[in-house]
Design a protein around this ligand. Structure first.
Ligand SMILES: [Zn+2]
Length: 260
């Protein structure tokens, strides 16, 4: 069963029952991930999870995946070489135009699958605008500022609470599983936000009071968390968990009625 838009012909796309189908738009980033992980980490992770998700996606779930957007809004990492970033306006425009194209072809439900925390705010505000402008239901599946990973982290996480944030136990584990040859295991070292932020009750990197930080404000090495607690086996389990969770989410989205 074809799941990737890129592999389909125009006639095949025209033949999809758009009242049932979900169009999934994956988006990641190209940004520094410390001295031990590559710039493309978020994109490798996104595509690795997607691949597993598509493998286990039941045939009765009508879902089509658009090409992944490999660049997001990553200006927090700009002080580090190699980071590519869209501006707020560009990212908004790119995602808006792809969703508009999908709506033009009749899709009524669009699920944006986001693998980079810097994109989250823009995507969540855009999904309401798209509902208003295009009369489509747009969902944002985000795993950074939600409890997406909570169940598996409760089981596997060995580092402290802020040990899973960026180039961390989670991301490093997944890269050790997906692309071990790209992980510089001899360069892995923990790096945590300043003590005051870790001790605070309100002004922390997890909120409830947030601030517009750049990565060097939190972590001179570009790592926020503890990659030394990572392993390929954890990575395999993280990917399997995420793929399964995406199937559950897709099922709930599919069950929602379309807008009139
Ligand atoms: Zn990342």
């Amino acid at each position: 069963m074809k799941r990737m838009l890129a592999e389909m012909t125009t006639e095949e796309v025209a033949g999809i029952d758009k009242n049932l189908a979900i169009a999934m738009l994956p988006i990641a980033a190209h940004e520094q991930h410390g001295p031990h992980l590559p710039i493309g980490t978020d994109t490798y992770i996104l595509n690795g999870v997607l691949e597993e998700f598509i493998k286990i996606l039941p045939d009765d779930l009508p879902l089509v995946v658009t090409p992944s957007i490999p660049i997001g809004k990553s200006n927090e990492h700009m002080p580090f070489a190699g980071t590519l970033s869209f501006s707020y306006e560009t990212l908004l425009g790119v995602v808006h135009d792809i969703c508009k194209s999908l709506a033009r072809h009749g899709f009524r439900k669009i699920a944006i699958f986001n693998a980079h925390g810097g994109n989250t705010d823009i995507l969540t505000s855009l999904c309401r605008d798209l509902r208003d402008q295009l009369n489509v239901r747009v969902f944002v599946i985000d795993w950074w500022f939600t409890n997406f990973w909570a169940d598996i982290l409760a089981e596997l996480q060995e580092s402290p609470r802020d040990g899973v944030f960026h180039a961390c136990e989670l991301e490093t584990s997944i890269m050790m599983h997906l692309r071990p040859e790209l992980v510089n295991t001899d360069r892995m070292a923990p790096c945590f936000p300043p003590e005051q932020l870790r001790r605070n009750k309100y002004v922390t990197i997890f909120g409830p009071v947030t601030m517009g930080w750049l990565t060097p404000d939190l972590a001179p090495t570009g790592v926020i968390g503890d990659p030394t607690k990572a392993s390929a086996e954890k990575g395999r389990r993280f990917v399997a968990f995420a793929a399964g969770r995406l199937v559950e989410i897709a099922r709930e989205i599919a069950a929602l009625e379309n807008l009139g």
